[in-house]
Design a protein. Structure first.
Length: 434
């Protein structure tokens, strides 16, 4: 077989065999298929697509490119969640201890933020002492003991995705349904959990801008989950505006703490409850609707908080900093942006707010950049808020000494206004099951 012939076949819209897909993925990971040939193949897939069978074969070849994490040291029901990425998405910090409070284990390999979205590892590292460099063995031990463990994703798991994603990022080949599905599902299926839920974000700050695209992704991903015998469901959640009010690492940890103590923002609670009920339903074989009230009550009453504290402590985090969040990193400057007029907020563009948080220091422009754990945006108004002229709309947290931006215009440019009252729509848009 020659890579050049396979690229030509995909370019011409032909269906590839299992062996041909395997040849390309294995050859690429070994270094026999160079980056330029893999890039050409990825572009051909972008233009021509893949059948469900080809997507499953690609997923399998990617899983088998590296180590399988069997999680045999965990004796609880093992659950995982994947978010397609959004702004202010601190869901894992709340969902994982919530599930642990029901006796599940959530052993997660997570990534860092890049672009306008944040990463769970960066958020957790704003807790002084918190270690994310756990080995797979430690991940299993911690998850078995306290119900939650989060570690940096290892390059030995799904190396094909690490390398293919890096190429896709710079060759305009991220935007392809089969490539996205294979990338996400191979990472998730390489870790042998008992159930998986996908949090598929939809809207301005998300990967999928329309509900139709998000639904299409969910359906394809769930079919792959079925093919591999992994119970998988998907919850479509709105990402037109940021989730919750905090965007930025330590700010988001504070908000997650508030949610775990029963006084967090409603949209965050809604998403966490929807995701938790899907995973509990997989364990208990009960309909999510039957479980929802109990899960909501557990979160609202602070019932998951002790699990969060045990988890943070077990991974080396300073418990005093979560019990008293004023000890978490904080930026030296706070800039208030006030309303220039009275009215009702009808839009808070998530992508613009995510970008703003990044410029304030909360994100990286390049992988090797240092981030400012205390930096970010605290929104005081969201969709539906009625504000009066002079009210604080947002507080910007930063350590920047000079201002590369007109902060006020950046915040105001992300907002839309109207005169009439507005009831915000639901954050959970729908559920897709196998
Ligand atoms: N997230 C991933 O992990 N992979 C993709 O291809 C797109 C989003």
């Amino acid at each position: 077989m020659r890579a050049v012939d396979l690229i030509a076949r995909k370019r011409d819209g032909e269906e590839m065999s299992t062996e041909e897909i395997r040849f390309l993925v294995d050859g690429f990971v070994r270094g026999d298929v160079p980056d330029y040939q893999m890039s050409a193949f990825l572009m051909a897939v972008c233009c021509r697509g893949m059948t469900q069978r080809e997507t499953a074969d690609l997923t399998r070849a990617m899983i088998e490119s590296g180590e399988r994490v069997t999680l045999t040291r965990i004796h609880r029901f093992k659950a995982d969640k994947h978010s397609t990425g959004g702004v202010g998405d601190k869901t894992t910090l709340v969902l994982a201890p919530l599930l642990a409070s029901f006796g599940l284990a959530v052993p997660k390999l997570s990534g860092r933020g890049l672009g306008h979205t944040g990463g769970t590892l960066d958020k957790l590292e704003s807790i002084p002492g918190f270690r994310t460099d756990l080995s797979i063995r430690e991940l299993e031990e911690v998850a078995d003991e306290v119900g939650v463990a989060v570690a940096a994703s290892s390059e030995s798991v799904d190396p094909a995705d690490h390398e293919m994603y890096a190429l896709r990022d710079v060759t305009a080949t991220v935007d392809s349904l089969p490539l996205i599905v294979a990338s996400i599902m191979s990472k998730k299926l390489a870790i042998e959990n008992d159930a998986l839920v996908l949090d598929v974000k939809v809207g301005d700050g998300a990967f999928f801008c329309s509900e139709r695209d998000a639904h299409e992704f969910a359906k394809t991903a769930l079919a792959i989950g079925s093919e591999f015998g992994r119970p998988t469901s998907a919850v479509l959640t709105a990402m037109e505006q940021p989730l919750g009010c905090a965007v930025g690492n330590a700010l988001e940890v504070r908000e997650a703490i508030a949610a775990l103590q029963g006084h967090g923002p409603e949209d965050l609670a809604e998403v966490c409850v929807a995701l938790a009920t899907q995973l509990l339903s997989a364990r208990d074989h009960r309909a999510p609707d039957e479980l929802r009230d109990e899960v909501r009550e557990r979160l609202a009453s602070g019932g998951a908080w002790p699990c969060f504290v045990r988890w943070i402590e077990r991974q080396g985090g300073d418990v005093r900093a979560v019990e008293d969040p004023s000890r978490l990193p904080a930026a030296g400057r706070r800039i208030e942006v006030r309303a220039p007029r009275s009215g009702v907020i009808c839009g808070v563009r998530a992508r613009a707010i995510g970008h703003l948080a990044q410029v304030l220091g909360a994100g990286r422009a390049r992988k090797e950049d240092e981030i400012d754990l205390g930096a970010g945006v605290e929104l005081r108004a969201k969709v539906g808020s009625e504000v009066r002229e002079g009210d604080v709309l947002a507080v910007l947290h930063t350590n920047l000494r000079s201002d590369p931006y007109d902060w006020e215009s950046a915040v105001l440019g992300a907002l839309s206004w109207r005169e009439e009252p507005l009831t915000p729509g639901p954050t959970v848009l729908g559920t897709v099951t196998q």
